[in-house]
Design a protein around this ligand. Structure first.
Ligand code: IVH
Length: 673
C-alpha cells in the first residue's frame, strides 16, 4: 500500500470511529487503539506533507489564532422558541396547532430535550463544511468555523448520499457534565479559573480567537434541525429529517421521540423530567415541534418565534439561604434596586451570593427582613430573585429595610414619583454610579460597540476622574490608560483602536447609545428611520415625535427632556467634534424610502397580503420588485408554497425573509440585528 492509500484509509477509519462514538454511541475500539490510528496518520502526514489534506482528522487540533470573528448574516434568522410553563399552556399550544390544521385530532409531534448549550449553524456546500457560525442575536452571528472544525462530532464532510448541495444544519454546542468536571479539574490543577457551569464553559470555549484552545475543550455538537435548505431535498416529517441527519453524520438526541396529541406531549415531559438528572448533559425543558414540515410552513412564525413549536420548561430551581444584608444598586437612569446579599448557595447550576428584591414595595409585600431565611430562585440566565421568606425561621432582631433619603453613592436626594414603584437618585450624571452605567451602555455591543471597555475599566476611569462623559473617551491616550491598574500596553492599544473604530457608526446606534430614558434599540431605529438625521430629531417637537410609529406620550416626553438639557447637547457636539459620524438620510416618509435602491423577489403566498399589495408597499418605500433571482437580488420574500425562486436564492446565498421581516424592513430600512 502506498503512503497515500494508507493515509486515506486511515482517515476513513478514524472518521468512522468518530461516527460510531459520537453519533451511534457505539464505539468498537478502545481509546488506545484510536490513538494509535491517529498517530500513524500524523506520522505519515509529517513524512509526506504533500499528502496532508485540509479535512484530515489530524487538522482538528486547531488552526492559527484569529484577530477577530467575522460577522455572518444568517440567510434564515435563527429564532427563539416561545415558552410554556404549565400543562395549560401546552394545551393551548396544541389547540392552536390543531385549529390551524383544520381541527385535526391527535397531531403528531417530534418531542426533544431542550439542550442547555449554545446554538450554532453549520453550512455544508457540496457536502463539505464551509462555514460555522454562532447564533448571535439571531440575525447576525460570528464566524467560528475554525473552532467548530475542532469538534469531532462536527462532520468535516457529509456521510452517505442524498444530501442537498447546500445544507445548513442547526444545533447546539454543549459540554457533557462529566467532561465539564474533567475540564474544571484541569483548570484547578493549572491554577486557572474554574467555570461556573457546562453552558458557560461551552460558550467560553467556542468564542476563543485561538482555535487550539477550543480544540483542547471536549465540546460536542448535537443537531436539532436545518436552516436554509431547499425543501425539495427533504423528507416530509421533522423526525425523518433528524433520521436523515444521523445518516449524514450528525448526532441527534437519543431521547427524541415522535408522540401523538396533548397526552403524548405531557407524558414525554414527565418521562424526560424523571430522566433529567441521569442524562449526560444539562437540559432546561423539552421542545415540541409539529412533525409535519408542510404543516410547519402553514403555521409559520409570529414575530421572532415559530407557531409550530414550543419549549416546555422545567420549573426554575429554588434554594434556601440566609439574607445577610440589603444593599442598593444604582442603575443607568438612577433607579435604586434593592439587592439581597446572601449566604452563598448553589442553585440553578451556579453559586449565588446576591439576588434582586426588585423594589421597596416588593420587600414590604413579601415582608423580607435582614437576617431572614429566604427562598431564592434562578432559571436560565436570568437574575436570581428572592421569592419569599420562611417566616417561622425569623430570628429576633431581624431588621426592616428602609429606602434612604439620599443616594448611597453620590448623596443626592432620592425621589419616588407617586405613580412609580421605583425610587431614583436625582443626581443624574453628577452621580458616579449613573455615569458609570451610562458609559457602559454607550460602549455596549449594540450601541457604539467599544470592545474592551468593561466594568472594571469604567470604574477606574470614572473614579480616577479621567472620564466624565462619553466624549471624554475619544480624548483618551495611551499614557493615561497604561497608568491604570491591570491594563497592559497591548490591551490599552486595543482599546484605543476599538474607540477609534467606533467613530464610524449608524444613526440608530448613536441614538441608542445616548441612553435616553425609554428609548431602546427598537425606538432608536424608528427614530433614525423617521427623522433620517440627528438634527431633525433634536429639533422635533412633541407633535412630530408622536408621528413616529410606537412613540407615545411617555417616550416623547423622555426625548424632549433629554434634548432640552444643555449638558446633553454639549456632549453630542463634543462627540461630533471628536469625529463620531454616521450616514444621514432623508426622512423615511419622503421619497427615497426605507428600501431605496434595493431589489426584491417575491415567491409563494404571503400570510396576510397579496403579491400586488406587497409590490406596491415595496415600491412606495423606494424598492424594486423583480421577477427573477440573481446575485443582484437583495432579498427574496418567501411565503408558503414557495417556488424554485427560493431554491435559487438559497443556492446563491441571497437572504430569504418572511412577511414580518419585510414589514420591518419597510418600516425601518433595516432588519433587527
Ligand atoms: S429548535 C425555530 N430544538 O433553544 C426554533 N431549539 O429558544 C428553532 N434549543 O436558540 C429551535 N434545544 O439553541 C430547537 N431541541 C431543540 C433545542 C433548541 C435547545 C435552543 C436553541 C434556540 C433556543 C430557542
Amino acid at each position: 500500500m502506498t503512503p497515500a492509500d494508507r493515509a486515506s484509509a486511515l482517515r476513513a477509519e478514524i472518521e468512522q470511529h468518530n461516527y460510531r462514538y459520537y453519533v451511534l454511541d457505539a464505539p468498537s475500539i478502545s481509546d488506545a487503539e484510536y490513538d494509535r490510528l491517529f498517530r500513524e496518520l500524523q506520522q505519515i502526514e509529517a513524512e509526506h506533507p504533500e499528502l496532508l489534506t485540509e479535512d484530515s482528522p489530524t487538522q482538528r487540533v486547531g488552526a492559527a489564532p484569529l484577530a477577530d470573528f467575522a460577522p455572518v448574516t444568517h440567510a434564515l434568522p435563527m429564532l427563539s422558541l416561545n415558552n410554556a410553563f404549565s400543562d395549560g399552556e401546552v394545551e393551548a399550544f396544541d389547540r392552536r396547532v390543531r385549529e390551524a390544521l383544520d381541527g385535526r385530532q391527535g397531531v403528531e409531534y417530534s418531542a426533544e430535550p431542550k439542550f442547555d448549550g449554545l446554538a450554532v449553524s453549520l453550512l455544508y456546500e457540496e457536502g463539505r463544511l464551509t462555514r460555522g457560525a454562532t447564533r448571535g442575536d439571531g440575525f447576525t452571528g460570528e464566524d467560528v468555523t475554525a473552532n467548530l472544525r475542532t469538534l469531532r462530532s462536527v462532520p468535516l464532510h457529509l456521510r452517505g448520499a442524498g444530501w442537498p448541495s447546500r445544507l445548513e444544519v442547526r444545533g447546539e454546542v454543549m459540554l457533557w457534565r462529566r467532561d465539564f468536571e474533567t475540564l474544571n479539574a484541569r483548570q484547578r490543577d493549572r491554577g486557572e479559573r474554574e467555570f461556573v457551569n457546562p453552558r458557560n464553559a461551552a460558550a467560553g470555549s467556542l468564542r476563543q480567537l485561538d482555535p487550539r484552545v477550543t480544540a483542547a475543550r471536549p465540546l460536542r455538537f448535537i443537531a436539532y434541525g436545518v436552516g436554509a435548505v431547499s425543501r425539495a431535498a427533504l423528507p416530509a416529517m421533522h423526525s425523518e429529517l433528524l433520521d436523515r441527519l444521523v445518516e449524514w453524520g450528525f448526532a441527534t438526541a437519543s431521547e427524541r421521540r415522535r408522540v401523538s396529541g396533548l397526552g403524548g406531549l405531557l407524558a414525554y415531559y414527565a418521562e424526560i423530567g424523571q430522566m433529567r438528572e441521569s442524562l449526560p448533559y444539562d437540559i432546561d425543558g423539552v421542545v415540541y415541534k409539529l412533525d409535519d414540515l408542510a404543516g410547519q410552513e402553514r403555521l409559520g412564525f409570529v414575530s421572532r418565534a415559530p407557531r409550530f413549536a414550543i419549549a416546555h420548561k422545567f420549573p426554575a430551581e429554588e434554594a434556601i439561604t440566609g439574607l445577610l444584608d440589603i444593599s442598593l444598586q444604582v442603575g443607568r437612569t438612577g433607579a435604586l434596586t434593592p439587592v439581597a446579599r446572601l449566604a452563598p448557595v448553589f442553585v440553578g447550576g451556579v453559586t449565588v451570593t446576591s439576588a434582586t428584591l426588585h423594589n421597596e414595595d416588593e420587600i414590604r409585600r413579601k415582608d423580607v427582613r435582614i437576617g431572614d431565611t429566604v427562598v431564592v430562585r434562578r432559571a436560565g440566565d436570568v437574575i436570581p430573585e428572592v421569592v419569599g421568606v420562611l417566616a417561622d425561621r425569623r430570628p429576633d432582631g431581624a431588621r426592616e429595610f428602609t429606602m434612604p433619603a439620599n443616594c448611597p453613592v453620590c448623596g443626592s436626594r432620592v425621589v419616588r414619583n407617586a405613580d412609580e414603584a421605583v425610587a431614583r437618585c436625582s443626581g443624574g450624571l453628577y452621580c458616579p454610579a449613573q455615569r458609570k452605567q451610562a458609559l457602559l451602555h454607550f460602549a455596549s455591543r449594540r450601541a457604539m460597540d467599544i470592545e474592551g471597555l468593561g466594568d472594571r475599566l469604567v470604574e477606574q476611569l470614572v473614579d480616577g476622574r479621567i472620564v466624565r462623559t462619553p466624549a471624554d473617551l475619544y480624548r483618551l491616550g495611551l499614557v493615561a490608560l497604561v497608568q491604570l491598574e491591570r491594563l497592559a500596553e497591548k490591551s490599552a492599544g486595543n482599546l484605543l483602536m476599538a474607540i477609534e473604530r467606533s467613530k464610524q457608526t449608524t444613526l440608530t446606534r448613536f441614538i441608542y447609545a445616548l441612553g435616553i430614558r425609554n428609548v431602546g434599540e427598537a425606538t432608536a431605529r424608528d427614530l433614525a428611520g423617521h427623522f433620517g438625521s440627528l438634527d431633525r430629531l433634536l429639533a422635533a417637537g412633541d407633535d412630530e415625535l408622536r408621528h413616529v410609529p410606537d412613540v407615545g406620550p411617555v417616550v416623547a416626553e423622555s426625548i424632549r427632556q433629554f434634548c432640552s438639557e444643555p449638558h446633553n447637547l454639549e456632549v453630542i457636539a463634543q462627540l461630533r467634534a471628536a469625529g463620531v459620524s454616521w450616514a444621514e438620510g432623508e426622512p423615511q416618509a419622503r421619497p427615497g424610502g426605507a428600501v431605496a435602491g434595493r431589489t426584491f423577489v417575491l415567491t409563494g403566498t404571503l400570510p396576510t397580503i397579496g403579491r400586488d399589495a406587497a409590490k406596491q408597499l415595496i415600491e412606495a418605500a423606494g424598492g424594486r420588485v423583480s421577477a427573477a433571482v440573481s446575485k443582484k437580488t437583495d432579498y427574496v420574500v418567501a411565503g408558503s408554497d414557495p417556488g424554485s425562486k427560493l431554491d435559487k436564492a438559497l443556492a446563491l446565498g441571497v437572504p430569504v425573509i418572511d412577511e414580518a421581516q419585510l414589514r420591518e424592513l419597510l418600516a425601518t430600512g433595516e432588519l433587527r440585528r
